[in-house]
Write a protein that binds this ligand. Structure first.
Ligand code: ZN
Length: 411
């Protein structure tokens, strides 16, 4: 987004404040806030990565005295040391204000009853949804995750009108409701769904089976939590609360800003955070900037729905491949299901891309013809020709967790 003089001034203040923490005192030892005069100066500041936050464990990011900290949250590292983020009272309030704005953007009011299924505790999900609901004046139903039986019971008895969930849990609930034939007893109108990457096919299924409008909410524990951006009813990306943060989209390999509108990694600088300010934090989320005024009239700029993780992005023969792009492509090919694998190998000095996809088509000749069509369309839409092979439904491995779909065997 545009770096105005006003934002530069906020950034100078944020950098100056960040230097109260042990981490930035050392990292920015050579950097004086008043030297950040132009966009170019700002773009020279080093990034902050998750590994830096881990190295600052437990409270190396804290930029205010202990007595100002009212709570901590922690992001769950899959391996090793977690990241601890301390919050002041003002940070908690700011987060609630942003979250309330998310609900309002989704057309949710104080008459709504919001059933909250993300988890409570060290991570930021459940409690963020709750803070925003209470500030809005809506009735929060703080279920937390799991226990589908009780979720459905409360959903019917309390007549919940809004469900907040991850996309996978929303799908599970939708399937249960259909299976039990209780759709008539459900009063849901809206779903606010955490911004994991989810394909269009899954979105349509959840929306249809639950009979709700869906909104994508964005956020990460390091930057408050969920609630720093949300989609509006025009479904054209997510509005970001840029009075609290400044964002950039960079090439994940070079760290340079991408050309206008291209896909890259989202990098966020907090403008108002007291407890643990972050300067140029790499989110590893892939998205692109959206330009122009949204039809909803919101003054807040937009990024696209999250397309994937930069860790999942691979470069083959100069072409970027990432799961979101392949999902999107396959959803347009008739006869192809949503499950697939891309396997990249290096053979005889060349990179080879193999694409396995599931199909309900059974006749061998038809499968071959379908694979040829996938190859040609892949070339056209993604930019290189894979070797495609059709397999039967259920032939590719499934996993409970997020399944890996792109395997890079070159290194
Ligand atoms: Zn809008």
């Amino acid at each position: 987004m545009e770096l105005t003089n006003e934002i530069l001034q906020q950034i100078r203040a944020a950098v100056s404040h960040a230097k109260n923490s042990e981490y930035y005192k050392a990292r920015f030892a050579e950097i004086e806030p008043e030297d950040i005069k132009t966009a170019k100066d700002f773009n020279k500041l080093p990034f902050t990565g998750k590994e830096d936050l881990r190295a600052a464990y437990p409270l190396g990011l804290q930029a205010v005295p202990d007595e100002k900290i009212v709570r901590i949250h922690s992001s769950s590292g899959t391996t090793g040391v977690p990241v601890i983020i301390p919050y002041t009272q003002k940070d908690v309030q700011d987060w609630a204000i942003m979250f309330k704005r998310c609900y309002e953007t989704a057309g949710i009011t104080n008459k709504d009853r919001i059933q909250i299924t993300p988890g409570y505790g060290l991570w930021t999900a459940g409690i963020g949804f709750q803070l925003g609901a209470e500030l809005l004046g809506a009735m929060a139903v703080p279920m937390g995750p799991g226990n589908t039986e009780k979720q459905l019971q409360m959903m019917m008895d309390l007549k919940s009108t809004v469900i907040t969930a991850t996309s996978s849990y929303a799908l599970l609930l939708a399937e249960e409701i259909a299976k039990r034939g209780i759709k008539d007893m459900i009063h849901l109108k809206k779903g606010v769904i955490g911004s994991e990457r989810w394909g269009e096919k899954m979105r349509r299924r959840i929306a249809e089976e639950l009979g709700v409008e869906l909104y994508d909410i964005y956020g990460l524990t390091e930057i408050y939590g969920p609630g720093i951006g949300v989609s509006c009813k025009h479904e054209c990306g997510m509005h970001m609360w840029t009075d609290y943060l400044y964002y950039e989209v960079v090439n994940p390999h070079t760290g340079e800003l991408v050309p206008e509108g291209e896909i890259g990694e989202l990098v966020i600088t907090t403008l108002a955070k007291e407890g643990a300010p972050l300067i140029r934090y790499r989110t590893h989320d892939l998205t692109r900037e959206k330009f122009g005024q949204c039809e909803c009239g919101s003054p807040y700029p937009r990024i696209d729905t999250i397309i994937g993780r930069s860790d999942d992005m691979v470069k083959v023969k100069g072409t970027m491949i990432y799961p979101g792009k392949v999902d999107e492509f396959l959803s347009t090919v008739e006869g192809v299901s949503s499950e697939y694998q891309v396997i990249i190998d290096h053979l005889n000095g060349r990179d080879i891309v193999n694409l396995l996809f599931e199909t309900p088509v059974e006749a061998e000749a038809e499968r071959k013809a379908l694979a040829k069509r996938v190859e040609a369309e892949f070339k056209q839409k993604i930019g290189l020709t894979p070797t495609a092979k059709a397999v039967g439904m259920g032939d590719l491995p499934r996993s409970e967790k997020k399944s890996t779909r792109i395997f890079d065997n070159r290194y």
